[in-house]
Write a protein that binds this ligand. Structure first.
Ligand code: AMP
Ligand code: ZN
Length: 477
């Protein structure tokens, strides 16, 4: 079985079925849009659970041989970014640029591949105004007395299909003349929601001119306009955390489908929350950790990545600090195995690009782990199968050919999960380096007694000397 000849199947939140992820006939790339961070503070690791799951999704699709076009927006115009930039007396652009750069650095540290496009709302105001004009002209939106514009929920028959509002016995249109002006609302009813917000004194200088007067776009509208601009009327897949299903994605769907007459997304991918003590990790509850909080406690980004990756994306994952210690141990086992494999196969582990370039992708002992990923991104099962593969490898006498295949398979799965298996860089104290040099000189002079004595001293300082191919290396015990 060749890994690249199989496609990923993934649960679709709209149809509630597991569906194949594949290229449309004639398309060159699989397009997917992820609602990105609201840049008014540091992203927490709950946010990164969603971004890591999306990154694994991208890697598995690409490693299956399907090129992607990955778009993740930056939410820089909303109630919170405006409120907090005003509080700081900073311009909205300066304020959001600052938090965006911290987000990008964290995202990279957590081994998330950089999206191919990262549009922001501030850069797409004309497109948002144009979308509202289309919606008004088609009868799906109306201006209100104060110069705001609302979407008329009762005009869109499918409203509530994604979040199953009807199943929750909340009739669409029942509350039709009720309006919601906030970017985020918890109400499980279908209220007319805001597309354009008339300028208010508390917005400060953050307003733009429009046919309805000065104001700013509503949050839900921003994604619809950016998708249309950067990808087109329909994206292959649209995703975010499960909290975005209602009202954000429901509203995006209503706006885009009413304006364009096409489905907004062929597939909906929602990631379940990262929890703390059984509750959602969130900024408003103040129960969150950022990557930098965890680094200050002595943990590494790759351990955080492992923990975030290790749960099934459709199941809640309860975050414990102790799981970072478990991640460290697991990563070390995988790293040691990678070295062992590289030695047996006489070749290094493959990089992500090398895996993408592989055509002979028989994954040998690691095919089962790869198959688990292809089956609704079942990461916990895949990790279990990786460790089974390692056991099997060690229990059988392996020829270089089989070792090579295992090397490809192991690299594939490690790269799909974005695991960093590079050796930990160890600072060797000068004292140890000097002793090692003296020992080498003694060895060259065949002074075996001195040689052993130096070795013991090095050992007592926590290092082991290994001689190989006419040179020595120092290994931390
Ligand atoms: P925000 O910055 O609040 O717009 O959120 C960015 C992304 O993080 C969205 O896709 C959210 O759904 C997601 N998110 C927020 N909190 C969590 C959490 N505790 N676990 C998983 N994803 C989350
Ligand atoms: Zn969005």
């Amino acid at each position: 079985m060749r890994a690249k000849q199989r496609n990923l199947t993934l649960f679709d939140s709209l149809s509630r079925e597991q569906k194949e992820v594949c290229l449309q006939p004639g398309a060159e790339k699989f397009s997917f849009y992820c609602c990105g961070p609201t840049v008014y503070g540091p992203a927490h690791i709950g946010n990164f659970r969603t971004f890591v799951a999306q990154d694994i999704f991208r890697r598995v699709v690409e490693l299956s041989g399907v090129p992607t076009f990955h778009v993740r927006n930056i939410t820089d115009v909303d109630d919170k970014t405006i409120r907090d930039s005003q509080k700081q007396g900073a311009s909205l652009v300066d304020f959001t640029t600052h938090w965006n750069s911290i987000f990008q650095a964290d995202s990279e540290a957590l081994s998330c591949l950089t999206p191919h496009s990262q549009p922001s709302a501030i850069e797409h105001i004309p497109q948002q105004i144009e979308l509202i004009e289309t919606l008004i002209s088609k009868g799906f939106a109306y201006p209100s007395e104060d110069g705001s514009v609302y979407f008329k929920v009762e005009a869109f028959e499918d409203y509530g299909a994604l979040s199953r509002l009807k199943d929750r016995e909340l009739e669409v249109g029942k509350t039709a003349n009720a309006r919601s002006n906030a970017d985020e609302y918890e109400k499980e009813g279908a209220t007319d929601f805001v597309l354009w917000k008339a300028r208010k004194p508390e917005d400060g200088e953050n307003f733009w001119t429009s046919p309805w007067g000065e104001g700013r776009p509503g949050w839900h509208l921003e994604c619809s306009a950016m998708i249309r601009e950067v990808i087109g009327e329909t994206v292959d897949l649209h995703g975010g955390g499960v909290d975005l299903m209602f009202p954000h994605h429901e509203n995006e769907m209503a706006q885009s489908e009413c304006a364009c007459g096409q489905p907004l997304a062929r597939h909906w991918f929602h990631v379940t929350h990262l929890l703390v003590d059984g509750g959602k990790m969130s900024k408003s509850l103040g129960n969150f950790y950022t990557l930098s909080d965890l680094e200050k406690l002595g943990h590494e980004a790759k351990e955080v990545r492992y923990v975030l990756a290790s749960g099934h994306y459709r199941k809640p994952l309860n975050f414990l600090l102790s799981s970072l210690g478990d991640a460290k141990i697991a990563l070390e086992k995988l790293r040691v195995f990678g070295e062992e494999l590289a030695e047996k196969a006489n070749a290094p582990l493959l990089s992500y690009e090398e895996c993408l370039a592989q055509t002979e992708a028989d994954l040998g002992l690691f095919q089962p782990a790869w198959n688990s990923l292809l089956n609704d991104l079942n990461v916990p099962e895949a990790l279990g199968k990786v460790f089974t593969g390692i056991k099997e490898f060690r229990s059988t006498e392996c020829d270089p050919e089989a070792a090579k295949m295992a090397l490809i398979g192991f690299s594939y799965v490690a790269q799909a999960l974005g695991l960093d298996l590079t050796p930990v860089k160890v600072e060797v104290p000068k004292e140890v380096e000097d002793l090692a040099a003296q020992r080498w000189e003694a060895k060259m002079n065949k002074d075996w007694a001195a040689c052993d004595a130096f070795r013991d001293q090095i050992q007592a300082l926590g290092f082991t000397v290994k001689d190989e191919k006419g040179a020595y290396t120092l290994i931390k015990n």
